[in-house]
Design a protein. Structure first.
Length: 534
């Protein structure tokens, strides 16, 4: 069985065990006790025997990961989401520790902090590495430090570290608390974390440090943890983070990018090769950031863009320079710098804007048909957009046509050749970019249309160039590039406008050779503009 299949089977075992046990977990300690029972070859709870046998056939790091995962599966759904309790798989934890050591972290002398230590993925891995390097259990215990907001997880994490070392710990390695609120008195040679994700309200934020890394109204927990990690790394210390890929190029993360570059030398930005089969229940693409705190001696030094995944990558390591402006979007990781299209949608004469109509705020304007004296236009819903098909308005419930009424002229009414994209996607969709040309008969019949706010409207003066751009946007080559600069399911209009595309001439030339958009897009990224007369 392959690694993905093995993980699916283990997840099924863990979910089944959680269903059997969840009614007995009235407290965090009870939850921790049930998980700790799995550390023994013969446990006190026979309901766990099947899962126990599976776990004890696994290596230590895998066993620890699945025991921690069982804990999260027994959490109430609201708690799990609010704490964003998703653990780092052993393969990723190992790779991140390797990158930290390559960056200069010294297993024999440096201290470590993990401010989001649930499951002890990093601390347990580091404990094993330190023990292998010759440190005794007491030395390791005084080098490692963790903070965990969930008391049961803090207890579980400490026990997992103790089992890794084969000895009771002389101190509490993982303390219970909210790292964003407790006082952390020291600085460390390595600050490493897979912090919680998700927005947080301004009135929940302590102090003013958030201004360094976020915009009001869009404060993400992982940005706050990033600031904390750099604050508590000692000069020359290493910061290693597993965080959503949205920070790399998202328009609202410009402050975070500028902050990181003001505090440290960015050494590596790793791409995790597909969250499917790697992270459990995580709806965002994930990256690895490795940086060394302190003055940057060479701002033009290239940054490494490794691929971190289930299997070692055979692709050559890519190195690229970060942009001169600190807050600007970082380059596409894991892509050969030679394979850059050098164009954007603007080169196709195409403009992009967000859909206009928010139906649940203006329900009175949404009607199933127009009266004699009503002025209105058909509404395109996101679900009306299917790649490879002309987009036609269809009612929200699949029948008829929905119309939006207007008291007068409006810039929201699209009256020329256009395409529509889905603005939000889900994990089950094979592509994040989904676009379709609007059927010309829509314009001839109704004189125009409007689209809802979950869409993006693409327009251009040349319908042929617009159609060419739509064919390109629906290819895997373009979709992959977009995924590498956006870690969220929502499509950013700003990122779409900035997205690197082959030139129209290169894509047209490639299509002339094969008339297969998928193959042509891949080929076009390899054609230098001057080679096609662009």
């Amino acid at each position: 069985m392959g690694q993905k299949g093995t993980k699916s089977a283990l997840l099924a075992h863990a979910r089944a065990a959680a269903r059997n046990l969840v009614k007995d977990v009235a407290t965090t300690q009870a939850r921790a006790d049930l998980c700790l029972d799995l550390l023994s070859d013969i446990g006190a709870d026979p309901r766990q025997d099947a899962f126990r046998r599976v776990l004890h056939a696994l290596p230590t790091d895998e066993r620890h990961y699945w025991i921690g995962t069982l804990y999260t599966l027994m959490l109430p759904t609201k708690v799990r989401r609010s704490q964003a309790t998703y653990f780092t798989p052993p393969t990723v934890a190992d790779a991140v520790v390797d990158l930290a050591i390559e960056a200069g972290f010294d297993l024999g002398t440096d201290t470590v902090l993990d401010p989001a230590a649930g499951g002890a993925a990093f601390l347990s891995t580091l404990a094993g590495r330190m023990a292998t390097a010759g440190l005794n259990a007491e030395e390791v215990a005084y080098r490692l430090n963790g903070i965990e907001i969930d008391a049961g997880l803090a207890t579980l994490s400490s026990r997992l570290i103790a089992e890794r070392l084969g000895s009771a710990l002389p101190r509490e390695v993982v303390l219970t608390g909210d790292a964003l609120r407790v006082t952390i008195p020291a600085s460390y040679g390595l600050v490493i974390a897979n912090p919680p994700y998700g927005r947080i309200a301004l009135d929940e934020v302590r102090g003013k440090s958030w201004r360094k890394v976020a915009h009001s109204g869009h404060i993400n927990k992982y940005a706050l943890f990033t600031e904390l990690c750099f604050r508590h790394a000692k000069p020359g210390g290493i910061v290693a983070l597993v965080i959503p890929s949205s920070f790399r190029a998202g328009p609202l993360y410009d402050r975070m990018r500028a902050f990181i570059r003001s505090k440290a030398e960015v050494l590596a930005v790793g791409s995790i090769a597909g969250r499917d089969g790697v992270f459990i229940d995580v709806a965002q693409d994930i990256s690895v950031l490795i940086a060394r705190k302190g003055k940057v001696h060479d701002p033009d030094a290239p940054v490494r863009f490794p691929v971190v995944g289930l299997m070692p990558s055979s692709a050559p390591l890519v190195e690229q320079r970060l942009p001169a402006e600190p807050g600007d979007a970082w380059p596409l990781p894991a892509i050969d710098p030679k394979l850059v299209g050098g164009a954007t949608l603007a080169d196709y004469g195409v403009t992009a804007r967000a859909g206009y109509f928010v139906w649940n705020r203006e329900k009175a304007r949404l009607v199933p048909k127009l009266g004699r004296r009503q002025r209105g236009y058909p509404l395109v819903w996101a679900k009306n957009v299917r790649p490879g098909e002309l987009c036609r308005p269809a009612g929200k419930k699949g029948a008829g046509t929905d119309f939006v009424t207007f008291p007068g002229d409006s810039s929201a009414i699209v009256t020329r050749a256009a395409a529509v994209m889905q603005r939000t996607t889900n994990d089950k969709q094979p592509r994040r970019l989904v676009a379709a040309m609007v059927d010309p008969t829509v314009l001839s019949r109704w004189g125009g249309f409007v689209s809802e706010n979950h869409t993006i409207v693409l327009t251009g003066h040349d319908p042929d160039n617009l159609e060419l751009a739509v064919r390109l946007l629906n290819t895997a080559a373009v979709d992959q590039r977009y995924r590498r600069v956006s870690g969220t399911a929502a499509i950013s209009v700003t990122l779409l406008r900035q997205l690197d595309l082959p030139t129209p001439a290169a894509f047209t030339a490639a299509l002339a050779d094969c008339d297969d958009a998928e193959a042509a897009a891949s080929t076009a990224y390899q054609l230098l503009p001057e080679s096609v007369g662009a």
